[in-house]
Design a protein around this ligand. Structure first.
Ligand SMILES: [Zn+2]
Length: 236
């Protein structure tokens, strides 16, 4: 009985089989790996392309849902968020002190900042939008350039105000307001009190220039309301 005979036949041929299987497996795995890698790369670029087009579609859809004739939707302030500023004019509680202070500081220079309007309910906005539209014989698209459709006015939040120069009442709600001392003062100092011009000339929202219309961005709550508007301004 020689040494070889003591080893069972299966074990004797096994090493050869193992080597063949191993190298076969290795080559197979290599090709499999390459295949998987290529598939992954291909899939990834397809996925990226799909994601990209999905994003652009959904953001377009979102924008379409969000804005109406250039105006963005705004919720109505609740009654307990509002405070009476002057007869018939309510504003959001958050802006009360800021506007008072701004008015006081301007008055020190002999400038009269007059609050012309503040909070407007969606119902009031509806009347303004449709009544002015029929008075002026305008279409909704024409009207939307200088007035927001109901549910789409910054005034509904209580954070938007229309300001006039008390010494030049004939410029109230007119572009000529920009030539008054009140506007010039506000342009320079309003940001100190967190008021910003909502619709400057050639604004990205496509709304007619309104030098009298300012919105307050001095609280997180207010900023949240105008986040979409600020995104249009900064990124469009
Ligand atoms: Zn306004």
């Amino acid at each position: 009985m020689n040494y070889q005979d003591e080893i069972p036949l299966a074990k004797r041929i096994n090493p050869i089989k193992t080597i063949t299987a191993k190298s076969f497996l290795r080559t197979g795995l290599l090709f499999l790996g390459l295949g998987v890698l290529l598939t992954l790369i291909a899939n990834k670029s397809i996925l990226q392309k799909t994601n990209f087009s999905d994003n652009s579609i959904s953001s377009t859809e979102r924008n379409e849902k969000k804005s109406l004739l250039g105006h963005l939707p705004y919720p109505e302030a609740s009654k307990d968020e509002l405070i009476l500023f002057s007869p018939g004019i309510y504003v959001h509680k958050d802006i009360y002190e800021n506007f008072k202070e701004m008015q006081f500081m301007a008055a020190q220079r002999g400038i009269s900042l007059q609050l012309l309007s503040g909070y407007r309910s969606i119902n009031l906005q509806r009347e303004i939008f449709y009544e002015n539209k029929s008075i002026r014989n305008q279409t909704a698209v024409e009207r939307s350039r200088d007035s927001a459709p109901p549910g789409y006015s910054e005034h509904s939040t209580g954070y938007a105000i229309d300001v006039g120069d008390g010494n030049y009442p004939n410029t109230h709600f007119e572009v000529e307001f920009e030539q008054t001392p009140a506007f010039r003062w506000m342009k320079r100092f309003a940001s100190k009190y967190h008021f910003v011009l909502s619709f400057p000339p050639n604004n990205k929202q496509g709304v007619t220039y309104e030098p009298w219309h300012w919105r307050f961005e001095g609280t997180v709550n207010a900023l949240r309301k105008f986040e979409a508007a600020n995104k249009i301004t900064k990124f469009k």
